[in-house]
Design a protein around this ligand. Structure first.
Ligand code: PA5
Length: 472
């Protein structure tokens, strides 16, 4: 398969009214270039393993940038002994031992894995036969809330199946309450399930560690707990890689490998985006173009950024981006509001407002060029009461293309700005590009507007109160 790069087309923002001009975008080029240089220099600090981060840069979690290249190089040299080799082996071991795996994590420790499952796996992944999943386990996400009934229902579901199950627990800090509480409860359940089995001559409770893969920092509560449990593999969230920038570390790679996804292709896509980012000037660089358009539109009052995904498989990728943008730039009483929509579904709910509501929305379409499966056609029918025989030769992909074109035409006719991100197809390689493009764009924009994109001091407030309330 050709290694095509995704594209960004900003022409829909060049409007006679309420838009920007190509000249304005070009005039921003020098500042975009400077911001890119700063981002490259930040990454170099981590690549050189510089331990002293200048105070004005703190926090600086720029380790995500070179990570795909570093992991791939390590894999090419050390194969089975590399981090990637060990992730694959551990994931294969778990996948062959269990029928279901529960992935525990929240925020950046959860959303990337969910995006990968929805984008790259079968739409009915958990419902199809094991053979249709390539022999991989069903995947459930938990530890991303404290919803009693949801967890009880999951426990019931796991119990009702006469098969083994396992846990991938992910927390960089190792102390996030939502994830820690779910882990404790499910670990208890898993031990009970194994001791029931042992009574019948099956696995013993002490074998529980074989069914758990932790991903966490070099130290901390989860790290200590995993060691005491006797987990064979404890994968590390590297220093300098923040939660929402961690999808291409063990945080996203372990669950992806359990699903049987091609994690090398995922990283190769991200590495291709890195190369593009390094080697193209602002007029050809899709990361810089994207940042330039978003920034100029925001300065004109377009403070809502709609990521308009077309089709059903990119909603979770959009929600991953919502978190990335909101937690990175929503600081100092600034930052655009991210909003993911799924079209054509949401044309029937939000479409009215996007067409005629307040002029504060920049719509970026996220379009997949080619479906992965065979094309379905409307076809002829003797029952033509629906009048669809005149569209008999059209495929659903043709209808989708018409919906995209028609919607953007309607926006353009009312001077409503749009831009298009196009993925040639939906697979690990293009998802890797997308993740890396959006992470780079977010940090470039932070540097452009003088907001540190790393850290999330605002999230601490609720945690502090919640913990105080629980202990009073
Ligand atoms: O981006 C971030 O850092 C956060 O969203 C974290 O990913 C989230 O709070 C979960 O943290 P942890 O992985 O430490 O449990």
């Amino acid at each position: 398969m050709a290694d095509e790069l995704m594209t960004y087309d900003p022409r829909g923002v060049f409007l006679p009214e309420h838009g920007i001009s190509p000249a304005e975008l070009a005039a921003l080029g020098e500042r975009l270039d400077d911001a890119r240089d700063e981002v490259l220099a930040d990454a170099q600090l981590w690549a050189d393993a510089v331990k002293e981060i200048p105070a004005e840069k703190e926090p600086l979690d720029a380790g995500f940038h070179e990570l795909p290249d570093r992991l791939l190089a390590d894999y090419r040299t050390h194969r089975a002994n590399s981090e990637l080799g060990q992730i694959k082996a551990a994931a294969d071991r778990l996948a062959s031992a269990v029928g279901s795996a529960v992935v525990l994590g929240i925020g950046g420790s959860y959303m990337g894995a969910r995006a990968l499952l929805e984008a790259c796996c079968h739409q009915y992944y958990n419902e199809v036969t094991a053979a249709m999943r390539g022999g991989r386990p069903r995947i459930y996400f938990e530890g991303n809330n404290v919803d009693n009934d949801a967890l009880v229902d999951l426990e019931q579901l796991l119990k009702s199946r006469e098969e083994r199950w396992g846990i991938v627990v992910i927390s960089k800090s190792g102390g996030t309450l939502e994830t820690a509480a779910a882990f404790r409860i499910l670990l208890r359940e898993l031990k009970e399930a194994l001791s029931r089995e042992a009574a019948g001559g099956g696995a013993a409770e002490r074998e529980v560690a074989k069914f758990v893969i932790p991903v966490t920092g070099k130290s901390g509560k989860l790290f200590e707990l995993s060691k005491s449990l006797g987990c064979r593999d404890i994968f590390e969230v590297p220093d300098g890689v923040g939660g929402r920038f961690s999808v291409l570390s063990a945080v996203g790679l372990v669950p992806a490998a359990v699903m049987g996804l091609d994690i090398e292709r995922l990283l190769a896509g991200a590495a291709a985006m890195n190369e593009h980012f390094r080697n193209h000037g602002p007029d050809k660089n899709i990361v810089l173009q994207y940042v330039g358009v978003c920034h100029l539109m925001e300065e004109r009052g377009y403070t809502t950024r709609v990521l308009s995904t077309w089709g059903k498989r990119l909603e979770a990728a959009g929600l991953w981006y919502d978190q990335l943008l909101a937690e990175s730039l929503g600081k100092q009483e600034r930052g655009a509001l991210p909003l993911t929509v799924v079209n054509t579904r949401d044309l029937h709910s939000r479409g009215q407002q996007h067409q005629e509501g307040r002029r504060d929305k920049l719509i970026t379409n996220l379009i997949v060029e080619h479906p992965s499966r065979e094309l379905l056609h409307v076809g002829k029918s003797d029952l033509n009461q629906d009048g669809l025989n005149e569209l008999a030769g059209k495929s659903l992909a043709d209808i989708m293309a018409a919906a995209i074109e028609g919607t953007n035409q309607a926006y353009r006719e009312d001077n409503r700005p749009t831009a298009d991100i196009r993925l040639p197809r939906l697979d690990e390689y293009t998802l890797g590009q997308f993740f890396q493009m959006m992470m780079l764009a977010t940090v470039v924009e932070g540097r452009l507007i003088g907001i540190n994109p790393y850290g999330q001091p605002g999230v601490e407030a609720y945690k502090k109160n919640m913990n105080a309330i629980l202990r009073r």
